[in-house]
Design a protein around this ligand. Structure first.
Ligand code: SF4
Ligand code: SF4
Length: 234
């Protein structure tokens, strides 16, 4: 049985841990993000109901301890996959950062490691939303980022507004910098991190000026990269 499409949702305060295409790509999966969200939207999904193209992900998450394998003998919920455990905790994020750094990837924090696997660091005070790109929805609505498709972040409409109007809106658009982000102001890595992802913060807390819920990942990834740089220069 496949989960109903109506169950696909991402609620405020529930940021899917590995439930996005970016992270799926990071861990080398070819599954679709939609199918993944189907599964992540439900808690305690019977294993037989996990969408076929999510089995690979579930196996990966079990292997790495992101979810408990409660399918064995004596399990509290036999034959059920407790997908809610897939929402990553700090320890999981740190482990993920170690794995990804060992694999030599940027792990998706391009503002910090702009040159991919090359060991570099770059100073930044904010993410690149509205600066390095824009995202246009099917109805023409223009947003600063593909993860910020919410009316309060709409900059105009590509079908209706002139290029000048959109350019002005983009110019005026400003997300909080790391110095304005609650929880980041005193972080020693803030100008290498830039405060992480504003969209993730918005999804988690309903505010864009809160700390990225993947902070532990950002912090560890930067720490690992600095270690690599020091090793290379010795
Ligand atoms: S590492 Fe964490 S606390 Fe430091 S700037 Fe990044 S998100 Fe903020
Ligand atoms: S809000 Fe997040 S996804 Fe969007 S540009 Fe900033 S870091 Fe990237």
């Amino acid at each position: 049985m496949r989960l109903a499409k109506s169950s696909v949702r991402v609620e405020l305060g529930k940021v899917p841990a590995i439930g996005n295409v970016e992270t799926g790509t990071i861990i080398g999966l070819t599954i679709s993000g939609a199918a993944l969200c189907d599964a992540m939207a439900e808690h305690d999904v019977p294993e037989v109901d996990v969408p076929a193209d999510c089995f690979e992900l579930v196996a990966y998450m079990k292997r790495h301890g992101f979810i408990e394998d409660e399918t064995g003998e004596g399990a509290a919920f036999p034959n059920r996959v407790r997908l809610h455990s897939a929402y990553l905790h700090d320890d999981d994020l740190i482990h993920l950062a170690e794995v990804m750094q060992a694999a030599g990837t940027t792990a998706g924090i391009d503002n910090v490691f702009p040159d991919g696997a090359r060991a570099t660091l770059r100073a930044c005070a904010c993410c690149g939303a509205g600066r390095v790109g824009v995202s246009i929805a099917a109805d023409g609505a223009a947003y600063a980022c593909h993860m910020l498709h919410y009316s309060q972040f709409c900059l105009g409409n590509a079908f209706e507004d002139s290029a000048d109007v959109l350019r002005d809106a983009l110019f005026r658009f400003a997300l909080p910098t790391v110095d304005d982000i609650y929880g980041c102001k005193d972080c020693g890595k803030r100008y290498l991190c830039g405060g992480g992802c504003r969209a993730r913060a918005y999804l988690e807390y309903g505010r864009a000026d809160c700390r990225d819920p993947y902070c532990a990942y950002n912090r560890e990834a930067i720490h690992q990269r600095i270690k690599t740089l020091i090793t290379m220069t010795n």
